[in-house]
Design a protein around this ligand. Structure first.
Ligand code: FPP
Length: 247
């Protein structure tokens, strides 16, 4: 008898890629791809929440994205602010707690202030935590965590022998957030692009050729279904894993 319970991932992280290529394919400007991309993000946030996913991380703006043409950076900032202004009340009502990872102090003042406001007004939301990676780079995050660790050793707050994975994880921007179970990347690229390098150690990876503006609820549900078919072994054997299921 089939007695395996289909496990919902607790934390899903998404590299939303392909906005530019999607737009060019339609004969539109790249910026239009980002506009439609935001609508997709909204749909996927709603869907994740309805499915009972507890943490959803969206890679919205990388450290490297600062090097894009000014017009594109400005549009992305405007879209981000527009999204937060428009969705704040809905997030609050739906019990979504809004968080960010990355160096948000680098963002334009009005965007930064909006982020701080929405974080505050949605604080304590228990249905789902929505995390936007903004001005985020994983190597940058790890370096900042190393600097913090060195400082704490120097100030005598921790002995260097006492540094363990839990201590280090708590120095990262994702402190208090469980590691992603599933990472989805759209647009046919098969890479991680400086995203959550420490936190993805045991994540399942799902790649799809679909560009982000074409990524619908059904694509998202398919990714979750595929995740549910995978066996996560964490370095153990299948037999050992079966043993833990039976306990
Ligand atoms: C990648 O497409 C996408 C980005 C760099 C930005 C992602 C941002 C959004 C979808 C909108 C922000 C979302 C929220 C929730 C406010 P690309 O431009 O790299 O596409 P390409 O690889 O085809 O050029």
């Amino acid at each position: 008898m089939e007695n395996k319970i289909k496990k919902m991932p607790k934390h899903v992280a998404i590299i939303m890629d392909g906005n530019g290529r999607w737009a060019l394919k339609q004969g539109l400007a790249r910026l239009e791809g980002h506009r439609v991309g935001v609508n997709r993000s909204e749909e996927i946030i709603d869907c994740a929440q309805e499915m009972g996913i507890k943490y959803l991380t969206l890679y919205a703006f990388s450290m490297e994205n600062w090097k894009r043409p000014n017009e594109e950076v400005d549009t992305l900032m405007m879209l981000l602010k527009g999204f937060l202004d428009a969705k704040e009340e809905k997030m609050r009502k739906n019990g979504i707690c809004f968080e960010t990872i990355g160096q948000i102090s680098f963002l334009p003042k009005e965007v930064y202030e909006t982020i701080v406001r929405v974080k505050k007004s949605t604080q304590g939301g228990e249905k789902m935590t929505l995390i936007l990676a903004l001005s985020y780079g994983s190597r940058d995050e790890i370096l900042r965590a190393i600097k913090q660790t060195v400082l704490e050793v120097k100030n005598g707050k921790i002995a260097h022998e006492a540094i363990d994975e839990t201590f280090f994880a708590n120095c990262l921007d994702t402190k208090g957030i469980p590691d992603p179970d599933l990472v989805i990347r759209t647009s046919g690229e098969h890479r991680i692009s400086n995203f959550l390098l420490w936190q993805l150690a045991y994540a399942e990876l799902f790649f799809t050729d679909c560009f982000w503006p074409d990524f619908t609820e059904n694509h998202f549900k398919n990714a979750i279904e595929e995740y549910q078919l995978r066996e996560r072994r964490y370095g153990l054997t299948s037999k050992q894993i079966e043993g833990t299921h039976q306990k």
